[in-house]
Write a protein that binds this ligand. Structure first.
Ligand SMILES: [Zn+2]
Ligand SMILES: [Zn+2]
Length: 376
C-alpha cells in the first residue's frame, strides 16, 4: 500500500512529504492508521544528524496515536478499530523486560534505532525501491505504519487520539521519572530544572504523588507562569535569582528531597545536585553529551545523596499510558495546556516552532476527519 510519510533524506535536511510503499504485513505486526503524532526533541536531534546510530533516509516520529486497521495472525489482544498509542519497542523476553523495566530492554537499541525489522527488512520503500528506515520500530510521521505488538498500548474508545500521542514518549518520560523513578513521599519537596514537556510532566506528576513543595526553575518567565498554573508552588527565574539561595529560603535552609534536571547543561545539573537536602535524590534525565565533575565524598557520601538514571520514565508503557490518560481525564494531568496542533503538511514549521521554544509540544494531525467519541 502507498502511504504519505515525512522523509528526512539526509542529516540536516527538512522533512519532505513523500509517497512511500509500505511492505506486506508480517504475522506479528499490526497496521495502524495514524491520527496524530507529537514531535519530540529527539526527532529534531536526529533530523539534524546529532547521532550516528540512525541511518538516512528515515521516517522519524515516535509519539503517535492511531486506529488499528489490520492485525497479523500471530498478534493477540488487538482488533480492527482499537484506539492505540505508539511507544518504543521491546523484546519482552530479557531479564529487564520480565522484571517490568522494558525501557532498559537488552535489545532496546536494535529494536528502536536500527531502522529495520528484526529480520533486517525495511517497512518503507521509495517509488524507486530505495529502502527508508523506520524509527523506534515504527515511525509515526506517516499516514499508516506497521508496528510490532510491543509498540502498542490500547486506550479507551473515548480517549481523544488527537491529543494523547505524546503520552508515548515525552510526557511518559517526565511523569515516570517521578512516579516510577524518584517515588517521592507525600509531603516531600522537589525541584524541577527546565520547564519543557518533560519538566512540566515531572512537575504535574509530583503534584499527583502528593509533593507539597514543587519548585520550577527556568529562565523564561512565560514558562514559569505556566508551571505555576500546572502545580508549581514556587518558581525561580535562574537568570534573575540564585537557585541555591532561593531553594534554601523556600525550604528553611534544608534543601529539597528530590530534584530532576531536564536541561542537560552541566552547571544546571550541578545546581540540581547541590540544592538537595541530606538524603536527597537527583534524576538527570536529559539526553546530553555533557559531563559534570563531583567530589564523591563531599557531594554524595557525606550527605547520603543519590543520583539515579531513569530512562523513558522506567515504566511499562501499556500500564503507564492508560494511567496518564485517566489522570488527564480527571483533570490532574492537564498536558493539553502544552500542545499546539499543526496539519501534517506543516511539519517543518512545527519543528521550527518547537526548536525555537515558542511551542512546547507540537502535535501533527494526519487524519483531520477524526473526532473523539467523547467530543462528538
Ligand atoms: Zn527485553
Ligand atoms: Zn521522544
Amino acid at each position: 500500500m502507498i502511504v504519505k510519510a515525512a522523509v528526512v533524506n539526509a542529516a540536516g535536511e527538512d522533512y519532505t512529504l513523500s509517497d512511500l510503499t509500505l511492505s506486506e504485513m508480517q504475522p506479528d505486526e499490526v497496521l495502524v492508521k495514524m491520527v496524530a503524532s507529537g514531535m519530540c526533541m529527539s526527532d529534531e536531534t536526529i533530523r539534524k544528524g546529532g547521532t550516528s546510530s540512525v541511518a538516512f533516509p528515515v521516517v522519524l516520529g515516535h509519539e503517535g496515536s492511531g486506529i488499528v486497521e489490520k492485525v497479523g495472525d500471530a498478534v493477540k489482544g488487538f482488533k480492527v478499530g482499537d484506539q492505540v498509542v505508539l511507544s518504543y519497542a521491546y523484546c519482552g523476553q530479557c531479564p529487564s523486560c520480565q522484571t517490568g523495566h522494558p525501557s532498559v530492554c537488552d535489545d532496546w537499541m536494535t529494536l528502536n534505532f536500527s531502522g529495520v525489522r528484526e529480520d533486517g527488512s525495511h517497512t518503507f520503500h521509495k517509488e524507486d525501491n530505495t529502502p527508508v528506515g523506520n524509527f523506534y520500530g515504527h515511525s509515526s510521521f506517516t499516514s499508516h505504519t506497521l508496528v510490532h505488538q510491543s509498540n502498542l498500548t490500547k486506550v479507551d474508545a473515548d480517549a481523544d487520539l488527537r491529543l494523547i500521542g505524546p503520552l508515548g514518549c515525552g510526557f511518559l518520560t517526565g511523569s515516570g521519572t517521578v512516579i516510577n523513578g524518584l517515588k517521592p513521599e507525600v509531603g516531600s519537596s522537589i525541584a524541577v530544572f527546565g520547564t519543557g514537556a518533560v519538566g512540566l510532566a515531572a512537575m504535574m506528576a509530583a503534584k499527583i504523588q502528593g509533593c507539597s513543595t514543587i519548585i520550577a526553575v527556568d529562565i523564561h518567565d512565560s514558562r514559569l507562569e505556566l508551571a505555576k498554573k500546572l502545580g508549581a508552588t514556587h518558581v525561580i527565574n535562574s537568570k534573575l535569582e540564585d537557585p541555591l539561595e532561593k531553594v534554601k529560603e523556600i525550604t528553611a535552609g534544608r534543601g529539597v528531597n528530590y530534584s530532576v534536571d531536564t536541561t542537560g547543561v552541566s552547571p544546571v545539573i550541578k545546581t540540581a545536585l547541590t540544592v538537595l537536602a541530606k538524603g536527597g535524590v537527583i534524576a538527570p534525565v536529559a539526553v546530553s553529551r555533557n559531563n559534570i565533575e563531583i567530589n564523591l565524598t563531599a557531594e554524595l557520601t557525606m550527605s547520603s545523596k543519590s543520583m539515579i538514571g531513569v530512562v523513558m520514565g522506567d515504566g511499562v508503557p501499556q500500564l503507564s499510558i492508560p494511567q496518564l490518560v485517566k489522570f488527564y481525564q480527571e483533570g490532574r494531568f492537564p498536558f493539553n495546556e502544552l500542545v499546539k496542533f499543526y496539519p501534517f503538511d506543516d511539519i517543518n514549521q512545527a519543528a521550527q516552532d518547537s526548536a525555537g521554544g515558542s511551542v512546547i509540544k507540537p502535535i501533527l494531525i494526519m487524519d483531520e476527519s477524526y473526532t473523539a467519541s467523547s467530543v462528538k
